[in-house]
Design a protein around this ligand. Structure first.
Ligand code: G3P
Length: 272
């Protein structure tokens, strides 16, 4: 499974990339807002175009998703084309994020705008990551329209199930994907179950689009995304760091370091 970082913070992207394990970056307008607010809070200014180019160059050889903010077909296509033209030359690694269904509640007649935008941009050779996927059906249609990546939002399905059933939770709380609970959203029992069902459908029907497990909030969910067959998981920086954490690793490090005798440590000192 490929690992992407779900962040627009340059320092986080740099650190994860320098660790040598990063396959990509996902951003969205909320993540960009967070990153920019932090920069402004420090009293620094920002040139958005340069900043995004810096992200792209930092993550060269890794795929970077940039999301449209428009939600009407013509405008999404126009913005998608412009973003791609403006930023893809920096490191040839841009994917354009288009929502599965950009219509807001109660709004009729816009349901297909996302699919149409995916189709148009894909036909023009612009790789699309279909975002805000909450059902296997949305994933199937997005792939059919030409999306190269589909992004089920696992954590937000878990939020939805728990909120609907008056279960108190913190955003990072692990929510089991074991199917033993009787909560479900039209047959989806958890965010990881959504990822699994999409991965199974794609496998069964030889659909080439990659399944990117998004909205992952903790390490156990990241592991389950891998087991569920996700091609990619995009993880917040904190979760990426947590992947390496274990009490016994820390304890072992402490005792090995304490036990290191000079005869052994000095073996390699002063030698080439
Ligand atoms: O990749 C999608 C992600 O940014 C949403 O995450 O935690 O806000 O649901 P979250």
């Amino acid at each position: 499974m490929q690992i992407f970082i779900d962040s627009a913070k340059l320092e986080e992207i740099k650190e994860a990339y320098n660790a040598g394990i990063l396959d990509g970056v996902t951003t969205n307008p909320s993540l960009i807002k967070k990153a920019v607010e932090e920069i402004k809070k420090r009293g620094d200014g920002i040139d958005m175009e340069d900043y995004i180019k810096e992200i792209l160059k930092t993550a060269h050889n890794a795929r970077v998703s940039l999301e449209v903010t428009e939600y009407i077909y013509d405008k999404m296509v126009e913005q998608g084309r412009k973003l791609f033209k403006m930023f893809n030359p920096a490191a040839k690694n841009v994917y354009i994020k288009i929502p599965a269904n950009p219509s807001f509640e109660g709004e009729k007649g816009k349901e297909f705008d996302g699919l149409r935008a995916i189709k148009t941009l894909s036909q023009e050779g612009i790789p699309v990551n279909c975002t805000l996927v909450f059902t296997p059906e949305q994933a199937l249609l997005a792939a059919k329209a030409g999306a190269k990546i589909v992004s089920p939002f696992a954590g937000r399905i878990d939020d939805y199930l728990r909120t609907k059933n008056n279960i108190a939770f913190d955003k990072s709380d692990y929510y089991p994907a074991d199917g033993k609970n009787d909560l479900n959203d039209n047959g989806i029992v958890s965010g990881i179950d959504l990822v699994r069902q999409i991965a199974e459908i794609f496998k069964k029907h030889s659909i080439e689009a990659e399944v990117l497990a998004a909205s992952i909030r903790n390490t156990r969910q990241a592991r389950e995304a891998a087991l569920a067959g996700a091609d990619i998981a995009t993880l917040p920086f904190e979760v990426i760091k947590e992947l390496l954490a274990h009490y016994k690793t820390r304890e072992g490090m402490r005792s090995f370091t304490d036990d290191a005798i000079p005869e052994y440590v000095n073996l390699t000192k002063g030698r080439n």
